[in-house]
Ligand binder design. Structure first.
Ligand code: NAP
Length: 261
């Protein structure tokens, strides 16, 4: 995709990854419609004066928030949607309230699906368009302690593949990117402690934002960030019982940290 002159709606722009991604997309010459829930966090976004951008406060977990984002996207004449907004969900399923599980599924799966569906009539009219879904390694390597989050991100991955196949005869490209852990506020103290204890690699938001920009520019339909994670994602698809066995050995540690989530 041509990024210089592209018009992009970026959800979760006020977050740890979104704010850096906004900066990198602006540097690539894109105009940006930046969305988030917290008006104060949105107001802290500070892009160069040379970048055309607008801020939109909208809760994507609500019908009104979806409608406001759709209207603003059309007014902005965006041709690229980046579904980046998300929430974490570390904890053992048996100990999570159903309302938390619902929120994890609603934010990480239903909201991007709903926003994409609502924008398809608009995007399919554009000469060149794209939807980028920011998934997670846990969508391909579902992880103990992250059952609802893994389910949502696996769902987002499946959605991306199905929609790509459904839109193969259109001008809309569907891109799915699966980052591993990133150093951002989505990770609770307990999740950070678990990553440290397991020796899981953590990327900076800058590294991931640059990867997303390159993936979008090159039109790469699927990408995983991180080498061992890419290998384990393949292994999980091919021989999940091997991954079951590997994670069984880490379960005591995961439970110990989940107790503090
Ligand atoms: N950090 C990681 O370890 C990691 C790893 C793999 C994938 N990811 C994915 O990367 C994406 C970005 O996450 P991040 O690390 O940047 O997290 P973050 O710093 O917590 O930012 C999350 C963003 O999503 C927005 N958001 C959350 N709920 C929303 C809702 N209901 N409506 C609208 N916006 C909402 C937040 O807005 P407000 O702050 O205004 O609420 C914020 O801008 C997520 O999809 C996440 O699942 C993250």
């Amino acid at each position: 995709m041509q990024l210089n002159g592209a018009r992009i709606v970026l959800t979760g722009a006020s977050g740890g990854l979104g704010s850096v991604l906004a900066d990198r997309l602006a540097a690539a010459g894109a105009a940006l419609l930046l969305t988030g829930r917290d008006p104060a966090a949105l107001a802290r976004i500070n892009l160069p004066a040379s970048c055309e951008y607008q801020l939109l406060q909208a809760d994507l977990g609500t019908t009104a928030g979806i409608a406001a984002t759709v209207a603003a996207t059309q007014n902005f004449r965006a041709n690229i949607l980046i579904n980046n907004a998300g929430i974490g969900g570390f904890g053992l399923l048996a100990e999570q309230d159903w309302s938390d599980v619902e929120r994890i599924l609603a934010t990480n799966l239903a909201a991007p699906l709903r926003l994409t569906q609502a924008l398809l009539p608009w995007l399919t009219q554009q000469p060149a368009a794209a939807v980028v879904n920011v998934g997670s390694t846990f969508g391909s390597i579902p992880f103990a302690g992250f059952a609802a989050y893994s389910a949502a991100k696996a769902g987002l991955h499946g959605f991306s593949q199905a929609l790509r196949r459904e839109l193969a005869d259109s001008t809309v490209r569907i891109i799915h990117i699966a980052p591993r852990a990133i150093d951002t506020p989505i990770n609770s103290a307990a999740a950070r402690a678990l990553n440290k204890a397991l020796g899981s690699a953590t990327d900076t938001p800058e590294t991931v934002a640059e990867h997303i920009v390159a993936t979008l520019r090159d039109n790469t339909p699927e990408s995983h960030i991180g080498f061992p994670e890419k290998l384990f994602a393949w292994l999980n698809g091919f021989a999940p019982s091997l991954v079951d066995r590997g994670l069984r050995g880490k379960l005591a540690q995961i439970k110990q940290h989940a107790a503090k989530a």
